[in-house]
Design a protein around this ligand. Structure first.
Ligand code: IMP
Length: 177
């Protein structure tokens, strides 16, 4: 695929549509096996995860539910850490098997701040499925149960991920040239 230009930057193809879709089938097969007798609730984090969540969900054969949430983070007046609120999380998570769906885990900060909110509701289990992971960018270590691709610490776009609003519509994933 030819490079793409978004705003002022050029991006080269990194993961093809076929490679992404194959990997998603593998992840779904693993989840189908792990949750065979369960009814997991997927919590997809907007905006970036919308394509991954949709394609992953198509390949699930277990009874599964999905909801989409948005995270807003702000500095608490007195707390030193960031406070994360989830917009659109109206399900009761008590006793549920939860799988968080993320497009990418970079520093891990977003989920590190958000997980305690979910754990507070006492789900039966809590796992993370992320299409991409940048291990070299880790600042807040997390246990990631389902990872599509571990990638270098370079900015990527496409397949839901954006550069300043653009690039989400691309079927492939591109890396900053
Ligand atoms: P973290 O909190 O540092 O793990 O960052 C997670 C969020 O940062 C992701 O959900 C993305 O929205 C954004 N992000 C991190 N790296 C990239 C990238 O390479 N391209 C596009 N968005 C990114």
């Amino acid at each position: 695929m030819a490079p793409v230009k978004l705003h002022d930057k050029t991006f080269d193809t990194y993961l093809s549509e076929e490679v992404i879709q194959e990997k998603i089938k593998e992840l779904a097969a693993q989840i189908n096996s792990d949750y065979a007798d369960k009814k997991p609730l997927f919590i997809a984090i907007l905006n970036g995860s919308f394509m991954f969540a949709a394609d992953l969900f198509k390949h699930l054969t277990v009874d599964a539910e999905i909801c989409f949430i948005k995270l807003a983070s702000y500095k608490g007046m007195k707390s030193s850490g960031n406070v994360v609120t989830a917009i659109g999380l109206d399900q009761d998570l008590f006793g549920r098997d939860i799988i968080i769906v993320e497009d990418i885990v970079d520093t891990g900060k977003t989920l590190h701040n958000f997980l305690p909110k979910l754990e507070h509701q006492q789900p039966a289990s809590l796992r993370i499925a992320s299409l991409l992971h940048k291990p070299d960018a880790t600042e807040f270590p997390l246990e990631l149960h389902y990872v599509g691709f571990s990638i270098p610490n370079k900015f990527v776009v496409g397949y839901g991920l954006d550069y300043d609003g653009l690039g989400r519509n691309l079927k492939e994933i591109y890396q900053l040239a």
